[in-house]
Design a protein around this ligand. Sequence first.
Ligand code: ADP
Ligand code: MG
Length: 725
Amino acid sequence: MSGNEARLKATAAVVNYKPLAPQMSFFETPTAELFNANVFDAATMKKRLPKSVYKSLMRTIQKGEQLDSGVADVVAVAMKDWAIEKGATHYAHVFFPLTGLTAEKHDSFLSPNGDGKALAEFTGEQLIQGEPDGSSFPTGGIRPTFEARGYTAWDVTSPAYIMENPNGTTLCIPTAFVSWTGEALDKKTPLLRSQQALNKHAKRVLKLFGEEVDVISSTAGAEQEYFLVDQNFFYARPDLMTAGRTLFGAPPAKGQQFDDHYFGAIPERVLGFMLEAERELFKLGVPVKTRHNEVAPGQYEIAPIYENGNVATDHQQLMMVTLKRVAEKYGMTVILHEKPFAGVNGSGKHLNFSLGGPGVGNLLDPGDNPHDNVRFLVFCAAVIRAVDLYAPLLRAAVASASNDHRLGANEAPPAIMSIFLGEQLTDVFEQIRTLGDAKTSKDRGILNLGVDVLPPLPMHSGDRNRTSPVAFTGNKFEFRAVGSGQSIAGPLMVWNTILAESLDYIATALESADTDFSTAVKTLLREIINEHGRIIFNGDGYSEAWHREAEFERGLPNLRTAADALPVFGTPEVIDLFSKYGVLSERETLSRRDVKLEQYVMAIDVEARLMVKIGRTMIYPTAMRYVTELANAVAAVKAAGMDGDSAELEMVLGLATDLRAAIEALSAALEHDHGDADLLAEAQYACGTLRPLMGAVRRATDSLEALVADDMWPLPNYQEMLYIK
Ligand code: ADP
Ligand code: MG
């Protein structure tokens, strides 16, 4: 038997792939007409609900007023009728546990009516509250398994929708998930609490500017990067399947050095998948907008138009689920891991965010003359102060075993948090710092292309900077350290909270100032830029020089790994911050740290065990077969009376021996008894001991891959997975 049978079959399957027949529905109903088709949106509610109920709901959704649970029965009936007209048989409370994934519990609308028939029923109580058995979700010690009770609570601010399946549809209701003591077991509850805190303190600041508004909320738009791999390759790679990334793989001869994939023409099958995924997302009200090839071969990006932070977060989860589901129809697997292929660019999820509300618009829009836009400068200063004060928390919010492979790998922002402001704003804040006041804004300029038929292009106020973890991009900040597979709920919750804290600080200072408002603002801006200006850095974040400058001259923290960063959730400053703003209690904060540490430890443990298994059962046997073949060849040459060269044989045997030793060492390390050690010690062990041992197994394997006869190699290689489409 040849060792590469799986590879040959997979390659043949990809080459012989037949595109799906065109779907007539695409031409009958243009995608544009489908937006929100499966959403219980404002228009649908207006049509189907009594006016007073509709108005009451809108006050909660748009102004954040308390939900009148008296309306639930009426809403439930309308929702059920609408869903059943759309083919629904079940409803599901959808929630977002601490795993970062999406969970749903389905219940039938039907219940027996006593006459041997079944009746479709859905009450306000069923809409408002669910009770999934929560014992199988991580809680970080909040709730022992004998107290398994958990509740889901309807989040009226995120619209319900219909999930389609060829065999029927399900009404999905976004919910918060809490323990029976009311503690948050999910990512939505703290996110909503943080929105509330942000709202409160942003409004205080606006009031000082004479602006009274109903509600301010964060806005978010997340650009999602992902890889597509043909399923045939995917299933021939146990590591990709189980760990979400390749644990082995020699670099391909052609990587991404030609820069020929980025923004390149999208292959037909991939485009077909994208069109269908976007159509599905459109039906669900997810406003997808942009698609393109990313930097690495096989890598793509999809981005929506921004929305209210809470809705954007739910929609982001839907996006990940939908991409995965639709890709399967096209014979491909979506890989959301941050670093599926070593040596090839990883995937991130740029979280664009701002804050604003009806009446005031986007509060981070500088306009044409930022030096004159005091309100903007105040909100921008709040961001600068927040990032400087809470850099370690921001780092911790994106910490995971998988994101560790990407941050700081010279393709994604480093683990050092800093802000890119661009030339124009940096200059404005520099004037404030040195002169106490900003008098001018540098011109954005017009780009003349030197060709009469081409239009002159207005320039942005700053060039792009891909190396910065937090970049100001025109009228929003872009947090680029989020991992592609992560929920944006955690990072957004952190942003909301640290901004709320800064705005609270600013409002308090200005409210109690003993000078006129204009002088007080100037004094405060100057103080903030003096104290926190060190966080602004417009240069190359990848460079060694920056790492030195950040550490030695600016004193900025550099938490390299998740094991370094996650303990931040247990520090008094962070515990105080979250509890002061009503986002997380001490126990809730610590539970998040523990769940994240646990996931970190488990992720590395699973990878290490997989390495041992694949190394022992696939790689080592392959290497020894090749050794046998080489040994036979050398013997045959000698027997024929010629001078045999056994250098190759010695090399392969040497590597096989190294591999075996590395596997044994890793395997032994996995048996380590942690005794009473806490989670942090286990995480440090995983990071400091297991990871280097895994590195040794990989090095030996990848060297073997470059030597062993290709027809024996059992795992699809990087070339095949990334280029055969
Ligand atoms: P860029 O070219 O700077 O990446 P894009 O216009 O492509 O900017 O936007 C990237 C993402 O940022 C999109 O998802 C977009 O909707 C989002 N975005 C734009 N404005 C805002 C805003 N005010 N708040 C949050 N996200 C925003
Ligand atoms: Mg962008």
